[in-house]
Write a protein that binds this ligand. Structure first.
Ligand SMILES: CC(C)(COP(=O)(O)OP(=O)(O)OC[C@H]1O[C@@H](n2cnc3c(N)ncnc32)[C@H](O)[C@@H]1OP(=O)(O)O)[C@@H](O)C(=O)NCCC(=O)NCCS
Length: 164
């Protein structure tokens, strides 16, 4: 691709979720990204247990929450529940940077494996996950609604030598 055509990567930072304003941003990203978005109550319930429930947000200069990743830490595994980037920021590397950050944090917290479920038709996300080392290890039939669809169950082992 000619140099001028590449999507510019915006400057960004990645932080743990901090307060209600961040949660409002997360809910906006949910609404822009999923047909069945999680609600504020669902997140508030999750966030009662900060030992297990972890949320990181990506910030850009002009957007407090451009994307987020929510995961559970369960023993030495992380279960990624939601990851999304606002449509206008997609394809610029933020999703990759966010997941790599999450893997580093998870390792720091003692995790060595990561798992997630993804719609079987979500080719873009699956491509991203495979590039980050996830492999399909199972399938849940008709797991999703709106539309009804199978979930692929992906797992990722920490690469030898730690997270990259
Ligand atoms: C999946 C998602 C988080 C990726 O975030 P992102 O910031 O766009 O990802 P990146 O820019 O880091 O993309 C990295 C790679 O992912 C793949 N990818 C991401 N979106 C893609 C798409 N729509 N089509 C094809 N490949 C895609 C590509 O391999 C891409 O690499 P490339 O740009 O060199 O081709 C984002 O597309 C999103 O929020 N999607 C909607 C919500 C969702 O489906 N979440 C996952 C639920 S399990």
């Amino acid at each position: 691709m000619p140099e001028g055509d590449a999507t510019p990567v915006p400057d960004f930072t990645i932080d743990p979720l901090d307060g209600d304003e961040d949660l409002t941003g997360v809910l906006e990203v949910e609404d822009e990204s999923f047909t069945n978005p999680w609600t504020r109550d669902m997140y508030r319930w999750e966030l009662q247990n900060r030992q297990v429930c972890h949320i990181y947000v990506v910030r850009t200069a002009d957007c407090r929450v451009a994307g987020f990743c929510a995961f559970w830490l369960v023993f030495d595994e992380i279960h990624i529940n939601n990851v999304a980037i606002r449509p206008r920021f997609r394809g610029a590397g933020l999703g990759t940077a966010l997941l790599r950050h999450v893997f580093r944090e998870a390792t720091r917290l003692g995790a060595h494996r990561a798992t997630l479920e993804v719609r079987a038709s979500n080719a873009g996300a699956i491509k991203l996950y495979e590039r980050l080392g996830f492999r399909e290890e199972g399938r849940r039939r008709q797991y999703y609604s709106q539309p009804v669809e199978d979930a692929l169950i992906l797992w990722r082992d920490e690469p030898p030598g730690g997270p990259d």
